[in-house]
Design a protein around this ligand. Structure first.
Ligand code: ATP
Length: 478
C-alpha cells in the first residue's frame, strides 16, 4: 500500500491541525487594569475605552453578587464592537456566574412560546452554587496489584494499598476502579484521592519520600507530603449548576438527556415553583448560594412588544440575571406596534436601562483591529497591504474587510508566497462584492431583476458608495 510521500503526509497533518477561527475568537477579555482602566489595546480589544470601562463595572457588580434584575443596553452603529464587548464580558465571567449569549431571533420557534423561550434563557443565566460534603479516601499509594485473567472472559482483580503517616489499609478494587487506576497510570509513591460516591481517582502529586527513587522524573512532577490522619475524610466540594439545568432534570417528561439535545420543550410552571422553593430552602440552610449571571440578547430590536413586556416584568423577580441587550437601530418601530421608539425598545424598558454607547473607530483603531485579526488568522501581510485594508474598511465596512483577510491568504498561498501583498487584497476585493457595490449593481441593472423597488434614499446612498468604491479602485491602481 502506498502510504504517500513525506510531503503529502505533512500536508495532511497541516489540515488536521488547522484551528477554526471564529469572528470574535481574538477577544479574550475586557483588557482592563486592576484599577478598572482600559488599556488602548489589550486582550484582543482595541479602543472603545468608555464602553469597556462601563462594561467592567457591570462585570464587577455581577461578580460581587450585589445586583440582580438590571437591564443594560449596548447601542451603536453596525460593526462598532457591541457583540465583541458582550463576548469580552462573558470571558471575564467564565469562572463564576453563568453568562448566556443569544440572538433575539432565537426566541421565536414553532416548538415553544416566546415566554417559555425567554424564561429558559433567563433561568440559564442564574447559577446555583451547591455545597456538598463528600467522603474521600486520600493517601499515598504503597502498592497496586492488578491480576489479569487467564481467559479474555474472566474479570480482572486488583488491590490497592494506601497509607497516611498514621495508618495503612488494603482496598479491593472493582472493575471500574481498575480501569481508572490504569487510565490515570497510578503507581507506588503517588498521592491520590478517591471520591467514594463516584469512584473518581485524582492524582495530587508524588510523595516527597519517593523524590529520589528515579533519575528521570517528569519536569512537572509535583512533590507533596504524605497526608496525615485518617485515610477517609470528609471534604466540602462546590458545584455550579443553572436554574434551567435543575428545571430540566426535574421535569419528568424531559429527563436530563434533554440537557444534551437542547430540546427541552415547555417546562411546567409548577415544576419551576417547586424548584424555586427548594432552592430558597437550600439557601436558608446554607447548602446553596444563588448567583445571578448575565443574559446577553443581541439584535434586541427583533423582540416584539409582548417579549419586551415579559422582560420588563421578569427583571423585577428576585434573583433575576442582568440582561444585556445590543442593537444598531436608531429611532424605529417597536415590533408588533406602529409606535416609534429609540432603538425600537419601549420607553418603559428603556427608562430602567443603563445605556452604553459604542463609537465609530478611528483609522488607527481599525488598523489595530485588522492587525489582531491577521495574527488570529495566521496571515502575515505587508505594511502597504495592511494600510490598503484599513482604507477599504473606511470605504466599505470593518466586517467585509475582515473577510477579505482569509481570501487574500488563500490567494497568497496559491502563488506560493508567504506574505499577503496589495495585489492579493485587490484581487479578493474584485472577487467578492461588498454590500454597497451589490446595491449599486442592483440599481444599475434594475430592469433585469424581478420585484425591484427603487427607493430614492437607497439610490442616493448607492450613488455615494459608487463614488467611494471608484475612489478606492483609483487608489489601488496607482
Ligand atoms: N474594539 C474592538 N476590538 C477588537 N475587535 C473588534 C472591536 N470591535 C469590533 N471588533 C470585531 O469587529 C467585528 C465586528 O464587530 P461586532 O460584530 O462586535 O459589531 P457589532 O457592533 O455587534 O455590529 P452589529 O451592530 O452589526 O451587530 C467582529 O469580528 C469583532 O470581533
Amino acid at each position: 500500500m502506498d502510504i504517500g510521500s513525506h510531503d503529502q503526509l505533512a500536508k495532511a497533518s497541516e489540515v488536521i491541525l488547522t484551528n477554526r477561527v471564529g469572528v470574535h475568537s481574538h477577544i479574550r477579555g475586557l483588557g482592563l487594569s486592576n484599577e478598572m482602566e482600559p488599556r488602548q489595546v489589550a486582550q484582543g480589544l482595541v479602543g472603545q475605552v468608555k464602553a469597556r470601562k462601563a462594561a467592567g463595572y457591570i462585570v464587577k457588580m455581577v461578580k460581587e453578587g450585589r445586583v440582580t434584575g438590571r437591564a443594560v443596553l449596548i447601542a451603536g452603529q453596525p460593526g462598532t464592537g457591541k457583540t465583541a464587548l458582550a463576548m469580552a464580558i462573558a470571558k471575564e465571567m467564565s469562572d463564576g456566574a453563568p453568562a448566556t449569549l443569544m440572538s433575539a431571533s432565537e426566541i421565536f420557534s414553532p416548538e415553544v412560546s416566546t415566554a417559555e423561550a425567554l424564561t429558559q434563557a433567563l433561568r440559564r443565566s442564574v447559577g446555583i452554587r451547591i455545597k456538598e460534603e463528600t467522603e474521600i479516601i486520600e493517601g499515598e499509594v504503597v502498592e497496586v496489584t492488578i491480576e489479569r485473567p487467564a481467559t479474555t472472559s474472566g474479570a480482572k482483580a486488583g488491590r490497592l494499598t494506601l497509607k497516611t503517616t498514621e495508618m495503612e489499609t488494603i482496598y479491593d478494587l472493582g472493575g471500574k476502579m481498575i480501569e481508572s487506576v490504569i487510565k490515570e497510570n497510578i503507581t507506588a509513591g503517588d498521592i491520590i484521592t478517591i471520591d467514594k460516591a463516584t469512584g473518581r481517582i485524582a492524582k495530587l502529586g508524588r510523595s516527597f519520600t519517593r523524590a529520589r527513587d528515579y533519575d528521570a522524573q517528569g519536569a512537572q512532577a509535583r512533590f507533596i507530603q504524605t497526608p496525615d490522619g485518617e485515610l477517609q475524610k470528609r471534604k466540602e466540594v462546590t458545584h455550579m449548576v443553572t436554574l434551567h439545568d435543575i428545571d430540566v432534570i426535574n421535569s419528568r417528561q424531559q429527563g436530563f438527556l434533554a440537557l444534551f439535545s437542547g430540546d427541552t420543550g415547555e417546562i411546567k410552571q409548577e415544576v419551576r415553583d417547586q424548584i424555586n422553593q427548594k432552592v430558597s430552602e437550600w439557601k436558608e440552610e446554607g447548602k446553596a448560594d444563588i448567583v445571578p449571571g448575565i443574559l446577553f440578547i443581541d439584535e434586541v430590536h427583533m423582540l416584539n412588544i409582548e417579549c419586551f413586556a415579559f422582560l420588563n416584568r421578569a427583571l423585577e423577580a428576585d434573583n433575576a440575571p442582568i440582561v444585556i441587550m445590543a442593537t444598531n437601530r436608531g429611532i424605529t418601530k417597536i415590533r408588533g406596534t406602529n409606535e416609534l421608539s429609540p432603538h425600537g425598545i419601549p420607553m418603559d424598558l428603556l427608562d430602567r436601562t443603563l445605556i452604553i454607547m459604542t463609537e465609530p473607530y478611528t483609522s488607527a483603531e481599525i488598523s489595530s483591529i485588522l492587525k489582531i485579526r491577521c495574527e488570529e488568522e495566521d496571515a502575515s501581510l505587508t505594511e502597504s497591504a495592511l494600510s490598503q485594508l484599513s482604507d477599504l474598511a473606511k470605504e466599505t465596512s470593518l466586517r467585509y474587510v475582515m473577510q477579505l483577510i482569509m481570501v487574500s491568504k488563500v490567494l497568497c498561498k496559491r502563488r506560493k508566497a508567504t506574505e499577503i501583498t496589495t495585489e492579493d487584497v485587490l484581487k479578493s476585493y474584485q472577487l467578492f462584492s461588498d454590500e454597497k457595490r451589490s446595491e449599486d449593481w442592483l440599481n444599475q441593472h434594475a430592469d433585469q431583476y424581478l420585484f425591484h423597488h427603487s427607493a430614492p434614499e437607497i439610490n442616493s446612498a448607492a450613488g455615494n458608495s459608487a463614488a467611494a468604491v471608484s475612489h478606492v479602485e483609483e487608489a489601488m491602481v496607482m
